[in-house]
Design a protein around this ligand. Structure first.
Ligand code: HEM
Length: 414
């Protein structure tokens, strides 16, 4: 339980997600933070951290804070409208990340594009690509799952989901890899500028794809669905389509790559009877994935929000622009939250299930993410039923956002 703050060492002495100790085992640090107080000032990041689930859920649901990166006190200045490049036009003008009312409108009108049958259709399109990846891999004695399989999956799923034709794949591949960097608060101005230029190139390609699709017959992909939605809703315009596609790229790339690595690692590191249970059906995997994520505690930063004005929040006075981080992963090995938190049990019940967020900003790609993981991991165990970890993977200290592996070497035993 929380003690009087004046008797305790500064929190940065107990909690540092960039320390080797956190990479090795984040649990003691997460518990130290959550035991400190419901909201904690974290000097190194100049940010408040919300540490407990009821407050995080309320914050997710009621949205008292802003999700707009440009509201952050250390964000680059918001340029005047007549100087906007494609990047600002897409990210500020119509941003899914900005104004709450417009965000809700975009989510409401685009909901049909994420329905179950659309995800089924997308899965059918991704499946041959996954097969092809494993065919190209062949039957090696050992291989790096991260480089050979995991790193290809986000690109394949997002381009297939959106409906970006294969002729654009080489051009867009590079820009997708660097796009997310534009939103990383820790990069230098030069790196951000280069990520911004890549984003501009990505936007040009997306606009070209949209123009071609307008002239072509409708297809059963996300883009055609969005164009239909645009025709029926005067407040949903082409800029929203571009923003949404960028949001899918930004939010769906790193997350999937991390999830791929931890899914394979967790299933191979624990009792083998968990594998069959996890892969029994897409629904079983959906639950297993919550457990994989809980057991792994891969998150470092959590989810950022910004104070839109000087305001009071959870009993603290927030200055305008200050960052507030929500850290739902702090609970993941907390015995006050989960029974036997050290035990890996893919049939554990999650209620509420908050892996993909909660409320108005609940993850758009949740169904797709779980399906693409199920598809790929099932294929791994179908092709290599006796696969094992070839070594304990070394963790990569350079990733600012998540605990990830430098490589994930597997022994196939074929
Ligand atoms: C395992 C992988 C994934 C995890 C764990 C995950 C988790 C989350 C979480 C927790 C949020 C809420 C963030 C917040 O409140 O600040 C979120 C939002 C979002 N996710 Fe995912 N996600 C994953 C994969 C994907 C994929 C594959 C896509 C797209 C294809 C995607 C698209 C989005 C978008 C667009 C948002 C913002 C929604 C909004 O602001 O309305 N995610 N995700």
């Amino acid at each position: 339980m929380a003690e009087a703050a004046e008797n305790l060492p500064p929190i940065e002495e107990l909690f540092n997600p960039h320390s080797p100790e956190y990479l090795d085992n984040p649990v003691p640090q997460c518990l130290a933070l959550t035991r400190r107080a419901p909201i904690v000032w974290y000097e190194p990041w100049q940010a408040w951290i919300v540490t407990r689930m009821p407050d995080i859920m309320a914050c997710w649901k009621e949205e008292p804070l802003s999700s707009d990166f440009y509201d952050w006190e250390f964000a680059p200045p918001r340029p005047p409208e007549d100087e906007w490049s494609n990047f600002e036009r897409a990210m500020i003008g119509h941003s899914l990340l900005a104004d709450h009312d417009h965000h809700r409108l975009v989510r409401r009108v685009t909901a049909p594009a994420f329905s179950r049958n659309v995800v089924d259709a997308i899965q059918a399109k991704i499946e041959p690509d996954v097969q092809r990846l494993f065919d190209e891999l062949g039957q090696p004695q050992t291989f790096d799952y991260k480089a050979m399989i995991a790193e290809h999956i986000p690109f394949i799923s997002i381009t297939r989901m959106v409906g970006i034709p294969e002729k654009y794949w080489p051009d867009i591949k590079q820009v997708i890899m660097t796009f997310t960097a534009a939103w990383n608060p820790t990069i230098s101005d030069e790196e951000r500028q280069s990520a911004r230029e890549d984003s501009n190139r990505a936007i040009d390609i997306i606009k070209q794809v949209i123009a071609e699709r307008r002239a072509a017959p409708e297809q059963d992909d996300f883009l055609s669905t969005l164009l239909k939605i645009e025709a029926e809703n005067e407040k949903f315009v082409e800029g929203d389509i571009v923003t949404l596609i960028l949001a899918l790229i930004g939010a769906g790339s790193d997350t999937t790559l991390v999830a791929q690595q931890w899914s394979v690692y967790a299933l191979l590191k624990n009792d083998r009877d968990q594998i069959a249970k996890a892969l029994a059906s897409p629904e079983a995997f959906s639950n297993a994935f919550c457990e994989i994520n809980r057991w792994g505690v891969s998150s470092k930063m959590g989810f950022a929000r910004y104070a839109p004005r000087d305001m009071e929040f959870m009993g603290q006075q927030l200055r305008k622009g200050v960052m507030v981080l929500m850290m739902p992963h702090l609970k993941d090995h907390d015995p006050e939250y989960y029974d036997n938190p050290e035990q890996f049990d893919v049939e554990r019940e999650f209620n509420p299930d908050v892996m993909f967020g909660y409320g108005p900003r609940y993850c758009i790609g949740a169904a797709l993410a779980k399906r693409q993981l199920y598809l790929t991991i099932s294929e791994l165990f179908r092709r290599f039923p006796n696969v094992e970890l070839a070594e304990e993977p070394e963790r990569d200290a350079d990733d600012h956002n998540a605990v990830v592996f430098k490589r994930l070497l597997l022994k196939t035993n074929v």
